[in-house]
Design a protein around this ligand. Structure first.
Ligand code: IPM
Ligand code: MN
Length: 358
């Protein structure tokens, strides 16, 4: 198989974790004889530094022409600490999501047996957690009209039925292959947009009688996700609630550096770790590359290279088991970002080939 992959390292630890994911994809390419062609583009603060804009036109073109996109991280404290900055790195990612129509952000959260003791939550609470968040990604308060006037500032939250329907159908299809349960998270006791979500989701649910639909307010969901995470299967929610809940859920497996995500659109998809740019760690070879490596595995699944994706997941499990991990997982490992990537890439090349996909 031949695939053109747009690679957008971005800011902070983005370039380091991306290097390791590319290493692992190259190992898979070599072993299974796929040709992965990597084309690099700028985005975020590093793009602003070079060209004055967070999402240069060439980057959009690169992504539109690619078969898939691998993304690192975005953000720089020099913008976070300046509320008056008109140009911000995050605008690059938001504009990319909108331009490419990446409407569904899929964030799986599972626990690793070898790490279960590391979670700040009790073992008996997190055991058996296997949930996936379907976060709407191109609507809601992120993209509504914003402004400032003499009375204050505003951010409008708007959803159309069509925006709700397309991700809802995707979430129901996913639930059908899993534990057959969807939890719609909203704030329908307060927000008009949430009431539209409830109406549309309940209408669509009627076509999926085998799937149980649960309706939950977001404040309650924030508590349940920490108190009873194994009760969830598919969580379906709007943009900002999904942003917040996915960070909350990242506490469950014990390190944010473990969680991958896929942002899916009609024509293309982007794969990225859910963690941010972690600027304090940039350039130090200490960031955990596993979330990005697992995002690369999700990309391979989207190419229907299931054995190859599975092999990456197994090698990540193996690296956790043998302790080939960065210091966020074991402060005594003495290993850096590149050691973990090398371990996984080499393990892939050394192990015998899995049965080739039919
Ligand atoms: C995420 C990030 C982004 C978001 C930021 C960087 C704009 O937090 O992907 O979750 O809020 O969507
Ligand atoms: Mn976020």
């Amino acid at each position: 198989m031949k695939k053109n992959i747009a690679v957008l390292p971005g800011d902070g630890i983005g370039p380091e974790v991306i290097t390791e994911a590319v290493k692992v994809l190259s190992a898979i390419g070599e072993k299974y004889q796929h040709e992965f062609i990597f084309n690099y583009g700028d985005i975020g603060a590093s793009a602003i530094d070079k060209s004055g804009v967070p999402l240069p036109d060439e980057t959009i073109k690169l992504c539109q022409q690619a078969d898939s996109i691998l993304f690192g991280a975005i953000g720089d404290p020099k913008y976070d600490n300046n509320p008056n900055a008109n140009i911000r790195p995050e605008q690059g990612l938001l504009a990319l999501r909108k331009t490419l129509g990446l409407f569904a952000n899929i964030r799986p959260v599972a626990v690793y047996e070898s790490l279960i003791h590391r979670s700040p939550l009790k073992e008996e609470i997190i055991r058996n957690t296997d949930l996936v968040i379907f976060r709407e990604l191109t609507g809601g308060i992120y993209f509504g009209k914003k402004g400032k006037d003499e009375n204050g500032s505003y951010d409008h939250c708007v959803y159309t039925a069509e925006e709700i329907d397309r991700i809802t159908i995707m979430a129901f299809k996913a639930a059908a292959t899993r534990k057959k349960k969807i939890t719609l998270v909203d704030k329908a006791n307060v927000l008009e947009t949430s009431r539209l979500w409830r109406e549309r989701v309940q209408t669509i649910a009627a076509s999926y009688p085998e799937i149980t639909l649960e309706l939950m307010f977001v404040d309650n969901a924030a508590m349940q996700i920490i108190q009873n995470p194994s009760s969830f299967d598919v969580i379906l929610t709007e943009n900002m609630f999904g942003d917040i809940l996915s960070d909350a859920a990242s506490v469950i497996p014990g390190s944010m550096g473990l969680l991958p995500s896929a942002s899916v659109g009609k024509d293309t998809s982007l794969f990225e770790p859910i963690h941010g740019s972690y600027p304090q760690a940039a350039g130090k070879n200490i960031a955990n590359p596993l979330a990005t490596i697992l995002s690369a595995a999700m990309m391979l699944e989207s190419f229907e290279l299931f054995n190859e994706a599975q092999e990456i997941v197994e090698m990540v499990n193996q690296s956790l088991k043998v302790g080939s991990v960065t210091s966020d997982i074991n402060s005594e490992s003495g290993l850096g970002t590149s050691d973990v990537g090398n371990y996984i890439a080499e393990s892939i090349l050394q192990s015998s080939q899995k049965e080739v996909n039919a």
